[in-house]
Design a binder for this molecule. Structure first.
Ligand SMILES: Cc1cc2nc3c(=O)[nH]c(=O)nc-3n(C[C@H](O)[C@H](O)[C@H](O)COP(=O)(O)O)c2cc1C
Length: 187
């Protein structure tokens, strides 16, 4: 299994970090692209640099490198995740604006009919955001909002984050033990 992973400048950089760590543990190859704008969020929220996250990926590319392999449909990948996904990047993908490697790779993922999972974090949502999401869903993308469940009885922030990371992995049929599965309320 090989995934393109993009981290963009929405709040929730920890989702991207924990996703990369989970992939590393599970032996999933990752090709990481970190947007320029997300570097500030990484610094503010995690006190980390792009280089720190690059170390968790199998390969990494600059978002400016439109000649990198994920730009082509001939590059063999199983799918792509944008985690977290800003409304700006989501809007660009929804409208086919492939101006950098992240938006180009997402465009290619859709045209190749591969799985594209977007993890937006914004609230409240404007009509423009909602229309872009609906358009993407019609095009085959999965919109998986960073909206963790509380029935897992989280004790730490990472419990909440890992719930979303687990949900993303499930979209690719990847088994994991990141959170306890709901098994009913019992007796
Ligand atoms: C601290 C910080 C938090 C942000 N949080 C969000 C957010 O939660 N959702 C969002 O859509 N944009 C958020 N933004 C705005 C994006 O970073 C901005 O729209 C940027 O242009 C996104 O570019 P990118 O998608 O290329 O990374 C935030 C910006 C900063 C500086």
């Amino acid at each position: 299994m090989r995934l393109v992973v993009a981290i963009t400048g929405a709040s929730g950089a920890l989702y991207g970090l924990r996703f990369l760590e989970a992939c590393q543990r599970l032996g999933i190859e990752t090709e990481l692209i970190i947007s320029k704008n997300s570097e500030r969020v990484l610094e503010l929220e995690l006190e980390k640099t792009a280089a720190d996250l690059h170390r968790l990926a199998t390969r990494h590319y600059s978002p400016d490198d439109l000649e990198a392999p994920p730009s082509s449909g001939s590059h063999p990948i199983d799918g792509m995740v944008v985690i977290p996904c800003s409304m700006k990047t989501l809007g660009e993908i929804a409208n086919g604006i492939s101006h950098d490697l992240i938006t180009r790779a997402a465009d290619v993922t859709l045209k190749q009919n591969r799985r594209l999972v977007l993890v937006p974090r914004e609230t409240p949502l404007s009509q423009i955001h909602l229309e872009n999401m609906a358009k993407l869903r019609r095009a085959g993308a999965i919109i998986l909002p960073a909206a963790p469940a509380f029935y897992i009885k989280p004790e730490k922030i990472t419990d909440l984050v890992d719930f979303i990371v687990g949900r993303v992995l499930e979209m690719f049929g990847i088994d994991h033990d990141l959170y306890p599965r709901w098994a009913g309320v019992g007796d």
